[in-house]
Design a protein around this ligand. Structure first.
Ligand code: BGC
Length: 761
């Protein structure tokens, strides 16, 4: 195949042909035009494995797809905090996509986990935009390295499934910029994805699919995105408005209905044809960018990819708790011990390793923890098993369930240690709906109580796509391994971790609250009558728990290891000022235990003197570092001005306000090991004074105060107006004060004063 001359190709297309290129030809392909050498491009889900459907296409995973490696979904991948590893997974995904002649893999999904109830949290990385953005960027780099396009989704503010195709996410600009857009900005700026997928929902009343500010002003003009924007499947409302706003490609096909709207709008003069040409140009550019992968194809080794899914999953599980019992923690288990271990829980035999919906992969194989534990156990270690419960039990199954629980409890009583596998059944969480609560199924909780009564030496192993409450039981068990959803190699990875073949190194990317009601979105999720108000503003996740000092079960960033780490003294050196400020942070981390391990060093920044509400601390850097037993690793970070800044809603730009900042390094947002306070010289943030500025604002500005005093010395002069009076009257806009009777300054005096104060404006 030869390369296309994009200009000549566009010039040679008819209006109808150009419009047709701006929508799919079917569920998964873009339109092709033979005579112009334009091939259809195949787009497939994503994000953690391919879902290339052979027949019976649909967009929520109902139809079978060709076998592919199921890597850990983002809930797991995110918990690895490992950029290099995520990039390797991206490369593997890209290789599989290439082998399947896929031009674009529909992922990663990097929406913020605003509420633990969101049915799609398993497809997202974190409640924090730095984690989502960094790991999303790593995945994009890996995929695109293979010549396959990535599609960063769902842009933007798609943080729930309830009414997802219509709901308006009502979010103030500062919150959007600092929380919900920041991850997308990072991926676009650093990894240059070839496509972005817009979300279904509205943002402040306008559909994302026709939002000019979102799709053009911010995405392209500010962040420099140079790829193609496609719709989520069925997200288009008004096609012509969408095209004008920057939505290049409608997916899937609407059988030409909306293409005809484009043609009609151009003919009627409602849409400039050059707008259509721009969208076509972007489609042809994607065509060229993916040419190599599409035409040369490739192959991959299924065994290698399965092994990669296993080693990846090892880094994704989070050891939440591992308290000593009789002087020693239960984990890791000793494979050579001469003791009976009982595995309880159907999830050990029938793993839940991915979520339902459009991301559902048909795996090449699946490992289960029970078989893998038995493989790893030495000959003297006996591993018994009891299912304990039915996954997705119905009320009709009550008697069967009780029988299973009773049998499991008997085995538990006779065992040395119990590995109790619990989790959310597939019907509890999925694309398409949100959960109502954060609880594990009642029959599993009953089983847990009975088992712990029979034998307190219990390790709980969880399988769930989003946080569950541990409030009723965490205190009663000595060890908890949060396995999230770990992909097809997850069972083997769990066995590796439980036996200490691998050392846990996953960390939470979402806080586990004690109660749902503690979550900051509570009361504002999932909204009502078509609107969801992001009332908590920038206080999302740990930003809120920490600001409100709310006790949590396990904080953001938390995760244990079988070794221990000590943080050495830290230095934080400021250079430059304002928008040119930088802070160099360095320290060391020492592995003080007996095994090699990996620590996730987290760097948080807090603005101690701010004119706006800011979170107590925000993650601004992280590094996952392997450290051998007894060894010390140097760590360094560079903070930029942006890491110190907030989005000023009136100046409408990022602003570094001068003053003291706390630089904190730790092992979670609640386990800060080193702190330093530094002073940063800020940039001017004064707003120009206007007639609508208040008396207090005028008096706070020395020049304005002097100007007022010169007009009416006795009233505004040092003795004329007391601090109490300013308190009382300070909120009156100057223009209204000037209109009051007997005020020494009249409305006509203001304009000349303002002109003097703001000579340039
Ligand atoms: C999902 C997308 C997915 C698309 C295609 C939509 O329902 O929201 O994430 O890529 O379907 O399957």
């Amino acid at each position: 195949m030869t390369e296309l001359d994009i200009d000549a190709t566009i010039a040679g297309l008819t209006l109808e042909e150009k419009a047709s290129l701006c929508s799919g030809s079917d569920f998964w392909h873009t339109e092709g035009i033979d005579r112009a050498d334009i091939s259809p491009l195949l787009l497939s889900d994503g994000p953690h494995g391919l879902r290339k459907q052979a027949t019976a296409a649909d967009h929520v995973g109902l139809g079978e797809s060709v076998p592919a490696t199921c890597f850990p979904p983002a809930v797991g991948l995110g918990s690895s905090w490992n950029r290099q590893l995520v990039k390797r997974v991206g490369e593997a995904l890209g290789a599989e996509a290439r082998a399947a002649e896929i031009a674009v893999l529909l992922g990663p999904g990097i929406n913020i986990k605003r509420s633990p109830l969101c049915g799609r949290n398993f497809e997202y990385f974190s409640e924090d935009p730095l984690v989502s953005g960094e790991l999303g960027a790593a995945l994009v780099r890996g995929i695109q390295r293979q010549g396959v396009g990535a599609s960063v989704k769902h842009y933007a503010a798609n943080n729930q499934e309830t009414d997802r195709m219509r709901v308006s996410a009502d979010v103030d600009e500062r919150t959007l910029r600092e929380i919900y857009l920041a991850g997308f900005e990072r991926v676009v700026a650093t990894a240059k994805p070839w496509t972005v997928m817009c979300s279904y929902n509205k943002i402040n009343g306008t559909y994302a699919s026709e939002h000019p500010w979102l799709l053009t002003t911010v995405l392209r003009d500010e962040w420099g995105f140079d790829g193609l924007v496609m719709s989520d499947w069925g997200a288009v409302n008004d096609r012509v408005a969408g095209l004008a706003a920057g939505l290049d490609l409608e997916m899937p096909s609407s059988d030409g209905v909306l293409d005809r709207d484009i043609v009609a709008a151009v003919r009627a003069g409602r849409l400039d044809e050059t707008v259509l040409d721009v969208a076509v140009r972007r489609l042809l550019q994607l065509h060229e960018r993916t040419r190599g992968a599409r035409t040369e194809g490739g192959s991959y080794d299924r065994d290698e990819h399965h092994e990669l899914s296993r080693v990846t999953a090892r880094e994704c599980a989070v050891l939440l708790k591992n308290d000593p019992v009789d002087g020693a923690p239960l984990l890791p288990l000793d494979p050579a011990a001469d003791l009976p271990v009982v595995v309880i829980g159907e999830f050990a035999r029938t793993p839940r390793y991915q979520g339902a919906g459009s991301s559902q992969v048909n795996p090449t194989r699946v490992s289960n923890a029970l078989d893998e534990l038995r493989t790893l156990a030495g000959s003297s270690l006996r591993i018994d098993f009891a299912p304990g419960y039915l996954i997705d039990a119905t009320p009709d199954d009550a008697a069967a369930g009780e029988g299973l629980a009773a049998e499991a409890t008997v085995l538990a009583a006779a065992a040395d240690t119990v590995l109790l596998f619990l989790g959310l059944p597939p019907s509890y969480e999925s694309e398409g709906w949100d959960r109502d609560d954060m609880d594990l199924p009642a029959e599993q909780l009953d089983l847990l109580r009975a088992v712990v009564d029979a034998n307190p030496r219990v390790v709980v192993v969880l399988s769930n796509g989003a946080a569950v409450t541990v409030a009723d039981w965490a205190e009663r068990v000595p060890a908890i391994l949060e396995g999230w959803l770990l992909g097809q190699g997850g069972g083997a990875a769990l066995a590796d971790l439980l036996f200490g073949v691998a050392n846990p190194s996953g960390r939470l990317t979402e806080t586990i609250p004690w109660r749902l009601a503690d979550n900051p979105s509570f009361g504002n999720f999932p909204g009502e009558f078509g609107v969801v108000r992001y009332g908590e503003g920038v206080l999302v996740g740990y930003r809120s728990y920490d600001a409100r000092d709310v006790a949590v079960a396990y904080p953001f960033g938390h995760g244990l290891s079988y070794t221990s780490f000590e943080y050495g003294p830290m230095t934080a050196i400021v250079s430059g000022s304002g928008a040119g400020a930088h802070i160099s942070v360095s320290l060391t981390v020492t592995n003080t235990g007996k095994r090699p391990g990996q620590e996730v060093v987290q760097l948080y920044v807090g603005d101690l003197e701010s004119s706006v509400l800011r979170p107590v601390r925000e993650l601004r850097g992280f590094a996952k570092v392997p450290v051998d037993a007894g060894a010390t690793a140097p760590i360094s970070f560079t903070l930029s001005a942006r890491d110190l800044a907030f989005w000023h809603p009136v100046l409408r730009r990022w602003v570094v306000e001068g003053g003291e900042f706390e630089i904190a390094v730790g092992a979670s947002s609640r386990d800060i090991r080193q702190r330093a306070v530094v002073t940063v010289i800020g940039e001017p943030t004064e707003l120009p004074l206007t007639a609508d500025s208040t008396l207090a604002e005028w008096l706070a500005d020395p020049t304005a105060r002097e100007a007022l005093e010169s007009v009416a010395p006795s009233d505004f002069g040092p003795l004329g107006i007391s601090a109490e009076m300013v308190k009382l009257m300070g909120s009156i806009p100057m223009i209204r004060l000037a209109r009051f009777p007997l005020t020494p300054i009249g409305p006509d005096d203001l304009d000349p004063l303002i002109a003097k104060l703001n000579p340039s404006g």
